[in-house]
Ligand binder design. Structure first.
Ligand code: HEM
Length: 148
């Protein structure tokens, strides 16, 4: 059971962190240089819509599998790194909920209205949240893997 939980946990982490890395460092820089706002913003909204749907599932799997392992071992007996991971993981989940629940609907509404200025502002808010989660996620992986 431990291995199944760890595998689910890590699969979710790979999808979430890897996807954010791809969007930030591969998709966005090319879209910004090659596409005008009227093409780039609908593209980004559609890509993020698919990505966020998958991330919502990944977040549930990560939090559930992590908490089950913690309960299994007992909070008091769990290593410090696990407690640190739970805190940063929950912060990342709240940031994701804000991006998906508030910023993303603002982006799709602006895109539907062809209001590129508002769409650009909403996308910029999403980008900042994604960078925040990417940095916190990378730090979490370092802490988890090195057991700091
Ligand atoms: C509520 C959120 C989270 C909780 C409660 C949690 C809890 C745990 C626990 C208990 C383990 C040990 C599993 C085992 O050895 O059987 C673990 C492993 C791990 N977690 Fe998390 N986690 C959370 C979120 C995250 C996040 C957001 C990341 C990455 C961004 C992450 C990355 C890892 C990694 C890389 C391991 C493997 C460490 C190793 O085997 O040495 N976790 N997590």
């Amino acid at each position: 059971m431990r291995n199944v939980l760890l595998l689910s946990h890590l699969a979710g982490v790979i999808v979430w962190i890897g996807g954010m890395f791809f969007v930030q460092f591969c998709l966005r820089p090319v879209a910004v240089t090659q596409l005008p706002p009227a093409q780039r913003l609908p593209l980004m909204a559609a890509v993020l819509g698919r990505f966020f749907r998958v991330v919502a599932i990944a977040v549930l799997v990560i939090v559930a599998s992590g908490l089950l392992r913690l309960l299994d071992v007992g909070f008091a007996a769990a290593p410090r790194a696990w407690h640190a991971m739970m805190s940063s993981g929950l912060i990342m989940a709240v940031v994701f909920a804000y991006l998906y629940g508030i910023c993303y609907p603002a982006l799709t509404a602006a895109v539907a209205a062809a209001d590129w200025q508002r769409a650009g502002q909403a996308l910029e808010r999403i980008r900042k949240g994604v960078v925040f989660n990417l940095v916190l996620g990378a730090a979490t992986i370092v802490v988890a893997a090195l057991g700091l």
